[in-house]
Design a protein around this ligand. Structure first.
Ligand SMILES: [Zn+2]
Length: 339
C-alpha cells in the first residue's frame, strides 16, 4: 500500500538512498504509515455497526478523557476489546466510529461517556487509560497510527454534541463520520475537523533557530510552531509565526512533510525556512527564550545535559534531525537519548 523504502530503511540508509518524495517523508512521521484501509464507502451502510460491532473479528478501541487503554505490566500494549468484553464498553459509549479494516478485522473507536465516571474502573483488569503522547515511543508504528485516529475521532465527537448553528443536539450518522443537527428547522451537517498548524525549522548557515515556552520542562527547546489563521496560506503562516515569536524574517519557505497530531485535533505541516535576519527579539511573549544553535553547540549541550529536544515521535524532532544530519558525519539520533 505504501512505498516499501520508507518502511525498511534505517535513517542512515535513507540519507544515502537519495531524496524522498513528500509521501515517503510523511510516512516516516509517527502516527502515519498505518495500513488500515478506511473503507470510506462502507461508512454509509446504516447496518454496518449492528452487523460488525460484536463479531469476533471486530476490535473496539476505548478512549476515555482523551486517553487510550494500555495493558498493565511489562511489554505494554494497547488494549482492544471484543466479544463479551465489549458489551460493557458499548453500554457506556458516547460515540462509536468505524475506523476501517486491516488484515480481515474491523476496528472501531469507542468514546466513553462522562456520566458514569466509575465505569473506567471496570476496565482495570484490562489495563489503564494513559496519554498516547507519552506511550507513543513504545508502540509499533501501525498501532500508534490506529490509536491516534481513534483518539482524534472521539475528541471530535465529544466537542460536537450540539449544533454550532442552532444549539440543538446532534446525532451520529455514517458510522461515526458525520453528525446531523436534530432540529427539523436546521438539519445542519457537521463533519470531523482537523486544525492545521505549521511547524518550521529555520536555519541560517550552520545555525538553527530553537525556542522554548515558559511552561516546558527545564532546558527543553524546539522549533517554531503555530496555528494557521483564516485568510492566510501555510507559507504565510510560517513567515508570520516566526516573525511574531522571534522577529526573524524568513526569506525562503520549503515544505517538508506532515504529521497527524491528535493532541487534541491538529495536523502538523512541517517546513524548513531560510532566515534573512539574525537578531532575535521575543515579540509576542509566547516564547520565554529563543536562540541560534550550531550543530556543535547542540552536541555539547546534549552531552552536558543542558539541552532537551522534542521526543522522537514528533515532527519537530524530525525537522531538527534532517537539518542536523544533512552533510554532517554524526547522526542526531546517535547522540539523543530522548525516546
Ligand atoms: Zn442546528
Amino acid at each position: 500500500m505504501y512505498p516499501k523504502k520508507t518502511q525498511i530503511l534505517s535513517h542512515v540508509e535513507r540519507m544515502e538512498s537519495g531524496p524522498l518524495d513528500h509521501l515517503e517523508r510523511s510516512l516516516l512521521n509517527y502516527f502515519t504509515a498505518s495500513s488500515l484501509n478506511r473503507q470510506s464507502a462502507k461508512r454509509h451502510d446504516s447496518d454496518l455497526l449492528d452487523e460488525r460491532l460484536r463479531k469476533p473479528s471486530s476490535f473496539l478501541i476505548p478512549v476515555c478523557q482523551s486517553k487510550n487503554l494500555f495493558s498493565n505490566g511489562d511489554g505494554i500494549q494497547p488494549v482492544f476489546l471484543r466479544g463479551p468484553d465489549a458489551d460493557g464498553l458499548l453500554a457506556h459509549a458516547d460515540s462509536i466510529t468505524f475506523l476501517g479494516e486491516m488484515e480481515g478485522a474491523s476496528y472501531f473507536a469507542v468514546g466513553l461517556t462522562d456520566d458514569n465516571p466509575g465505569f473506567p474502573d471496570a476496565l482495570a483488569p484490562h489495563g489503564q487509560f494513559k496519554d498516547l503522547k507519552s506511550m507513543g515511543p513504545l508502540l509499533d508504528r501501525q498501532v500508534g497510527g490506529l490509536l491516534a485516529y481513534a483518539r482524534a475521532m472521539v475528541h471530535w465527537h465529544s466537542r460536537h454534541r450540539f449544533c454550532g448553528d442552532c444549539g440543538s443536539p446532534t446525532a451520529i450518522v455514517d458510522s461515526g463520520h458525520r453528525r446531523v443537527c436534530t432540529s427539523g428547522s436546521c438539519g445542519e451537517q457537521h463533519f470531523p475537523r482537523t486544525d492545521p498548524a505549521i511547524i518550521v525549522l529555520v536555519a541560517r548557515g550552520n545555525q538553527c533557530l530553537l525556542g522554548r515556552q515558559r511552561i516546558w520542562p527545564k532546558d527543553f527547546y524546539s522549533v517554531i510552531a503555530g496555528f494557521v489563521e483564516p485568510g492566510e496560506s501555510l507559507e504565510e503562516a510560517v513567515v508570520r509565526e516566526v516573525y511574531e515569536e522571534t522577529s526573524i524574517e524568513v526569506e525562503e519557505v520549503l515544505y517538508h512533510s506532515s504529521q497527524p497530531w491528535p493532541f487534541p485535533g491538529s495536523v502538523m505541516l512541517g517546513f524548513t525556512g531560510r532566515a534573512g535576519s539574525s537578531s532575535i527579539m521575543l515579540n509576542d511573549h509566547e516564547l520565554e527564550d529563543a536562540r541560534w544553535f550550531t550543530r556543535e553547540e547542540i552536541i555539547a549541550a546534549l552531552k552536558q545535559g543542558k539541552l532537551r529536544l522534542p521526543g522522537k515521535i514528533s515532527i519537530a524532532y524530525r525537522l531538527i534531525e534532517d537539518w542536523f544530519d544533512a552533510g554532517w558525519p554524526i547522526c542526531l539520533g546517535a547522540i539523543t537519548s530522548t525516546p
